[in-house]
Design a protein around this ligand. Structure first.
Ligand SMILES: [Ca+2]
Ligand SMILES: [Ca+2]
Ligand SMILES: [Ca+2]
Length: 665
């Protein structure tokens, strides 16, 4: 109805502008300069030419939404700008075809991308835009850093190993995936038992659920890979729809297995410059388990079609990275398509963003808006919100890169198979938790790079890669397992609860000495990293026990130990006395328990087999005996614990806390 009218108003506005003195270029003094300067949310460093992101006022957003011509708004100052620079499009950053109401509440409808010829001087164009009174923010479209990947293809016929005792699934490369379960026998001498995510124990409880969906924000995921295909999240309307038509009306054409936000189309992985990074990351989260070949994924199921589902939010293509606008749209798409875990092995060049304020209200305003939307979207009945996990960065700096460093997102640092920090990992400020990322320098001649992380590569291939990029999907996979286990047990987690569980379900580190033989990287002083690799090394089994509300008691393998159960009850200073507790024959057999006695608040125990088991222990709370009859005494209490017996893992005598073997070299 009044769309045509608006268009004419726009034209009239343009003509008026052309005839009069240009209002946008007229200087209005220092006060105006200050107002304009405040509108800038970042600088043009690493920005894409020919593109600026703006946040407009409500009235302008309304006009833009009803305008039929995408290059003109009907707002005089904006149209004057558009005419001057020859704008080719003014398009909304976010997709209001889905969940419009919630997006409006978050102000997502106010963000627009203005496109114009790349020859225009970007800084000057931004200055002119900032002078438009209806423009409240101007953001340069910062490009994310493209991953620097070292990848060594695996020849499965050479690398495949016969299934060893204790390896639960028949994937031929699973025994090479030390990062899941490292028993210290990988084929290079530095490997340390326990430098892993303790996944086999977790798999006894859950291997994932198809209703848990993880979005892989990365290069395109090779969805035809025979070890990924069955765990791809499929948009059925598009799969059985018409080529070139947006069959489900979600604003994205042919988005069957995800969407390519760089080239605006189908997900790709075969362009010159593609590295396979996205496919590798995807395999760590959810390669198909127990299918007789290739690798296993952390949450890849048990071989019965029960793995978590993944889809691709492609933000890097042929070596070209998207800008913040397209990246924000990719995160929004992840939420709209049903993901409850956002896997991100990418970031901005280190040092580009100085602090959280700059990230939140400043440098990547449009992106923060998208993250907020993802975190506030409930896509699984057992998680109140969506969890976002990022790689900390590979610059070897004592600070994580952004967005990883932002305090509401989990940043993952990387350890090597020797239980020590990797030479490349970012650590300290902004780093929340560690996971295995692999290390190129830990290998032997017979199996090159076997100290890196093994996963899928496009074209039904496999490769070793290293990086915090490889550590991150371990945590995303574990988050997916946690949500699966919560669902299996009818537990609803809030987002803060899940974040707390992830960062607290760890083994600690005690690094000592140095690590050498690092070529141009020299020698690492390991003590530098103490208390700086986040909270410690994530343990998948402990995560699931924390979801269940069960305290883990770590027990070293093969030695008689005396554990003070006080460390695991209340604040550790309670007056308790252990009572004889029935430990079933099944548990005794599983953990090879040869000795088990209770003394005061202590448990004397010897376990000769690695593994985990849930037990119930009885104790007296307060007093040395249970009250009753002639006795005034304590209360008999019973609590569920999990015994966790791991080779390599030491136990701190004072606190009972588990410690990974790294520093014990
Ligand atoms: Ca679609
Ligand atoms: Ca279609
Ligand atoms: Ca497999």
């Amino acid at each position: 109805m009044n769309r045509t009218k608006l268009f004419f108003i726009a034209l009239a506005g343009l003509m008026a502008v052309a005839c009069a003195t240009d209002p946008v270029d007229e200087p209005k003094g220092a006060a105006e300069e200050a107002v304009v300067a405040k509108k800038f949310v970042n600088t043009s460093a690493n920005a894409i030419n020919g593109e600026l992101i703006i946040c407009v006022d409500e009235a302008t957003a309304e006009q833009l939404e009803s305008a039929e011509v995408t290059t003109r708004s009907g707002v005089t100052s904006l149209d004057a700008f558009a005419a001057e620079v020859g704008a080719t499009a003014i398009k909304p950053v976010f997709n209001l075809k889905v969940n419009a109401e919630r997006k409006r509440e978050l102000g997502m409808h106010l963000w627009y991308t203005v496109s114009f010829p790349a020859e225009e001087n970007l800084d000057e164009a931004a200055q002119r835009l900032a002078k438009c009174e209806v423009v409240e923010r101007v953001q340069f479209s910062t490009q994310i850093a493209t991953p620097k990947v070292t990848s060594t293809e695996i020849d499965p016929s050479q690398m495949a190993t016969t299934r060893a005792e204790g390896v639960p699934f028949d994937d031929t490369l699973l025994p090479r995936q030390w990062h899941y379960n490292n028993d210290g026998t990988v084929d290079f001498p530095e490997a340390k038992a326990g430098a892993d995510i303790n996944l086999f124990a977790a798999w006894e409880l859950t291997t994932g659920r198809p209703d848990v969906v993880v979005a892989i924000v990365d290069e395109g995921v090779c969805y035809t890979h025979k070890d990924l295909q069955a765990n791809m999240h499929v948009n059925e309307a598009e799969k059985y729809g018409v080529e070139g038509v947006d069959d489900d009306g979600n604003g994205y054409t042919d988005d069957v297995y995800g969407y390519n936000f760089v080239d605006n189309g189908r997900v790709t992985w075969t362009r010159n410059g593609d590295s396979g990074h996205g496919t590798h990351v995807a395999g760590t989260v959810a390669a198909v388990n127990n299918n007789g070949f290739g690798v296993a994924g952390v949450a890849g199921g048990s071989g019965n079609g029960d793995g978590v589902r993944i889809f691709s939010c492609q933000i890097i293509s042929g070596g070209n990275a998207a800008g913040v606008g397209a990246t924000a749209a990719a995160v929004e798409y992840a939420a709209d398509r049903g993901a409850c875990v956002l896997q991100n092995s990418w970031g901005f060049e280190a040092g580009q963003i100085a602090n959280d304020n700059m990230f939140e209200s400043g440098s990547t305003g449009v992106e923060w808006t998208a993250f907020k939307y993802f975190m506030e979207t409930k896509n699984h009945p057992n998680l109140e919100g969506g969890i976002i996990i990022f790689a900390a960065g590979n610059d070897g700096k004592a600070v994580a890169g952004y967005p990883a460093a932002y305090n509401k997102l989990i940043a993952v640092s990387a350890i090597a198979p020797d239980g020590n920090p990797t030479y490349y990992t970012c650590y300290d400020r902004g780093c929340n938790v560690s996971a295995p990322g692999g290390e190129y320098f830990l290998r032997n001649a017979a199996s090159v790079d076997s100290g890196c992380v093994a996963s899928t590569l496009p074209g039904d291939k496999y490769a070793f890669m290293q990086g915090t990029s490889m550590a991150c999907p371990h945590v995303s996979g574990i988050a997916a397992l946690a949500i699966s286990y919560a669902a299996d047990n009818g537990i609803v987690l809030t987002l803060p609860e899940l974040k707390d569980i992830i960062v607290s379900s760890v083994s600690g580190f005690k690094f000592e000495g140095t690590k050498a033989n690092y070529g141009t990287h020299g020698t690492m002083n390991l003590t530098t990293y103490n208390n700086k690799m986040g909270t410690g090394l994530i343990d998948a089994y402990r995560v699931l026990m924390a979801v269940r509300g069960t305290t883990c008691i770590p027990i070293p393998l093969g030695e008689q130990v005396i554990l003070d159960i006080n460390n695991f009850i209340g604040d550790g200073n309670l007056q308790i006395k252990m009572l004889e507790s029935e430990i079933s024959d099944e548990v005794k057999e599983k953990l090879g328990i040869t000795d088990c006695r209770f003394m005061g608040s202590k448990l004397l125990i010897t376990c000769t087999k690695p593994g985990s088991a849930v037990v119930k222990l009885k104790y007296v709370a307060g007093g040395s005996a249970v009250g009753g009859g002639q006795i005034t005494g304590g209360m008999e209490a019973e609590q569920e614990f999990a015994f966790v017996v791991r080779p390599g893992i030491k136990v701190d005598e004072g606190t009972g806390a588990p410690i990974v073997p790294g520093g014990w070299l």
